[in-house]
Write a protein that binds this ligand. Structure first.
Ligand code: FJE
Ligand code: FE
Length: 290
């Protein structure tokens, strides 16, 4: 018998949701969990998409303002190009942490044949950070900290696990952990008490919060309050999932597609700035990706 939990107040699953495939961008397919009508946002998170894209599909030229996008490749490669001349390719295991701040216009397209897969997370910025200068943090797979113990391996994109810390700077305090559990293994991960947190299952199946009920891939599990998450892999196959947590911002969220601000007036301003090429969108009018 597996012990029930090492936490006196374990975080239990309060909401379970299947991320069904839907079309997005230009011919791309995404499984959206956070950001779908039943789960509009989980402060500070606005969206989590598991994307699956084969050329010529992709996410052609589009703007962002007021939040961060975190793109984590699971398979294949994606090239981004933006209106300020930034260009880069991320491959399996690499991560791009983009602070859109006051404004980015970019394209995100797969490179090479086959199916390209990954996760894109949108993290809100607090009102004081919404109009910061855009910034990129890009990490190659080999430079992302990892830890392993007793059949549990973890890649630490943000935050800390098993005594290992990420160097990514998160304007909104965030943890982003990618776990793989071998059959028969278990893990108990502390999560800061006031934070919201959720799990997205990438592969296999696991028991989350309590050992008696299991959940398969492509499900999102919202965690309730408590000290941390206990997880068990009681199946005969590896279990891979991401655990994402963040400090709530507790401010009003007004979203219009790729613009996320605090008020309707600010949204109208963002839309106008984009249309007219002002306040951070100066390069938007004459630019297009190659
Ligand atoms: C977007 C429609 C979109 N999920 N996952 C509307 F498709 C997008 C968008 C993405 C996206 C991009 C990648 Cl690389 C991965 C994604 C949606 O680009 F921003 C809006 N507003
Ligand atoms: Fe984008």
């Amino acid at each position: 018998m597996s012990k029930s939990s090492v936490f006196s107040r374990p975080r239990l699953v309060v909401k379970k949701l299947l991320a069904r495939a839907q079309n997005e961008g230009d011919g791309a397919v995404v499984r959206r969990s956070i950001g779908r009508p039943e789960l509009q946002n989980l402060d500070p998170f606005l969206m989590l998409d598991e994307f699956s894209v084969s050329p010529p599909a992709g996410f052609p030229d589009h703007p962002h303002r007021g939040f961060e996008t975190v793109t984590y490749m699971l398979q294949g490669a994606f090239t981004h190009q933006d209106f300020a001349g930034h260009k880069g390719t991320i491959r399996t295991g690499d991560v791009q942490w983009m602070t859109a701040g006051r404004g980015i216009v970019h394209s995100e397209m797969p490179v090479g044949p086959g199916t390209h897969k990954g996760l894109q997370l949108w993290i809100n910025l607090s009102s004081k950070d919404k109009l910061v200068e855009p910034r990129y943090q890009e990490l190659l797979h080999e430079n992302i900290p990892k830890a392993e113990k007793d059949g549990v391996s973890v890649t630490i994109l943000a935050g800390e696990s098993m005594g290992v810390k990420s160097q990514i700077f998160t304007r909104t305090p965030t943890m982003y952990l990618d776990f793989t559990l071998k059959p028969g293994s278990e893990h108990h991960q502390p999560i800061p008490e006031p934070w919201n947190a959720f799990v997205y299952i990438v592969e296999g199946e696991g028991a989350f919060g309590s050992p008696d009920s299991t959940t398969p891939a492509h499900h999102c599990l919202v965690l309730g309050p408590g000290e941390g998450l206990s997880v068990w892999n009681k199946s005969s196959k590896p279990l891979r999932f991401v655990l994402i947590g963040g400090q709530p911002i507790n401010e009003p969220v007004v979203q219009y597609g790729p613009f996320v601000m605090n008020t309707k007036t600010e949204i109208m301003q963002a839309y106008q700035d984009y249309q007219l090429g002002r306040n951070g969108f100066e390069r938007a009018r004459q630019w297009s990706s190659k």
